[in-house]
Design a protein around this ligand. Structure first.
Ligand SMILES: Nc1nc2c(ncn2[C@@H]2O[C@H](COP(=O)(O)OP(=O)(O)OP(=O)(O)O)[C@@H](O)[C@H]2O)c(=O)[nH]1
Ligand SMILES: [Zn+2]
Length: 219
């Protein structure tokens, strides 16, 4: 029998602050630990409901595996973007900073199947030179991606966290995804991509926005 260890995922059991800009998902009043035994019981019920035998050898550990996997893919519900963006440097840089092609996986809140793609995250630092570490932009994407999501909310949550915590002069987030709920089931259009964007502040300026978009699209 396969051994499924009980390690948890760092940060998965933290508390999301009430000031989180992230909509209802992940708001403080909903924060609680991931209840793995409850997930296990639910998965066992699903297996029975689809006509499987949860007691056959290959499925015996499946509820436990799924609970462990869900604790990982929904860990963002219990993480606070403020913690990630609190690491800042004073740097005299007043131009666009862009991290593009950040790969991520999220979970469609309508069907609980994955959607995945790339996020491009850019900002123009504040006048007081508040610049964050580049990896923190990718961490920010993961915090919001690792929740039950829709792509539009994922996009605006990332840009609003930048605005709230870095006070930038401008910010832009572009997200390109394939939704498995449109590929493997339903309309069945593998390869169809959904693109969403959100801009704030100086990135509304057409020339600045065009510069950012050309950097994002220039592969
Ligand atoms: N706007 C938006 N829609 C999404 C996202 N992820 C999935 N959807 C859509 O959510 C919709 C749910 O539609 P429903 O009619 O309630 O559910 P359904 O019968 O499973 O729909 P189909 O996918 O068309 O079979 C579908 O059109 C999905 O394509 C997302 O991130 N943003
Ligand atoms: Zn879906």
């Amino acid at each position: 029998m396969t051994h499924i260890d009980d390690d948890d995922f760092s940060g998965a059991f933290g508390v999301v602050s009430a000031g989180d800009s992230g909509g209802s998902a992940g708001h403080g009043k909903h924060s609680h630990k991931v209840d793995r035994p409850r997930i296990e019981a639910a998965v066992r019920e699903i297996l029975i409901a689809v006509g499987e035998d949860p007691d056959r050898g290959g499925l015996l550990d499946t509820p436990k595996r799924v609970a462990k996997a869900y604790a990982e893919v929904f860990a963002g519900l219990h993480q606070d973007p403020a913690d990630v963006l609190s690491t800042t440097f004073d740097l005299d840089h007043e131009e666009l900073v862009l991290v593009k092609d950040i790969p991520f996986y999220s979970t469609c809140e309508h069907h609980l199947v994955p959607f995945h793609g790339m996020a491009h995250v850019g900002y123009i630092p504040s006048h007081d030179g508040r610049v964050t570490g580049l990896s923190k932009l990718a961490r920010l994407v993961d915090i919001y991606a690792r929740r039950p999501q829709v792509q539009e909310r994922l996009t605006t949550q990332i840009v609003e966290a930048l605005v709230e915590h870095l006070n930038p002069r401008g910010a832009i987030v572009v997200v390109e995804c394939e939704h498995m709920c449109m590929s493997m089931r339903g309309i069945r259009k593998p390869g169809a991509k959904t693109v969403t964007s959100a801009v704030r502040g100086q990135l509304h300026d057409p020339a600045t926005r065009a510069e950012a978009m050309s950097l994002i699209l220039g592969r």
